[in-house]
Design a binder for this molecule. Structure first.
Ligand SMILES: [Zn+2]
Ligand SMILES: [Zn+2]
Length: 174
């Protein structure tokens, strides 16, 4: 990830444009964070960096397509990632540990950790409840079959469990 450290001395007054589109880097992020997520079309982050006395303004976009498990049925849900963001990364005060900051120091030289910025924006761009389809019926809470592809007899049995037992008997005799 070291090569995605941008030294502040490399950012000119008019700003600097950087890209993070290496599929290996994105795959490594997903692996490191044990995220159940596959890349369908390449993830690409484009950043514009502008320095200021107190830190660095980061303006960017993140695009791509991924699959994650559907929050109802656990089958693949295709998610289009399309995010715009703007953050100000502040220099930490001397002697304090700014865990929130994406600015890292090596030999007292400040760098922007571009990888960390992109990863954070990616995580923020993920849907909280991804769905394979807006009409996903999910799994049967009783027997666990995927109701998008199968039917089961549990659904009409909601309510009185004694009735459920009876229905089972009737089905069996028929
Ligand atoms: Zn689903
Ligand atoms: Zn069922």
């Amino acid at each position: 990830m070291r090569k995605y450290f941008v030294p502040f001395s490399d950012i000119p007054k008019e700003g600097k444009v950087c890209e993070l589109d290496d599929p290996l880097i994105w795959r490594k992020f997903l692996q490191d964070f044990a995220m159940d997520c596959r890349i369908r079309s390449p993830l690409c982050a484009r950043l514009a960096l502008f320095t200021a006395d107190t830190g660095c303004l980061v303006r960017g976009t993140l695009t791509g397509e991924i699959t994650v498990p559907c929050s109802r049925c656990a089958e693949d849900a295709l998610v289009a990632v399309n995010a715009d963001f703007e953050n100000f990364e502040e220099f930490s005060d001397a002697g304090t540990v700014e865990s929130e900051s994406r600015i890292v120091y090596e030999n007292a030289v400040p760098y922007l950790d571009m990888g960390a910025v992109c990863w954070e924006e990616f995580v923020l761009a993920l849907p909280v409840t991804p769905l394979c389809s807006v009409n996903c019926k999910g799994l049967c809470p009783t027997c666990g079959v995927n109701l998008n592809t199968e039917t089961c007899s549990c659904r009409s049995d909601e309510g009185d469990p004694r009735l459920a037992a009876l229905r089972g008997l009737v089905l069996h005799n028929a």
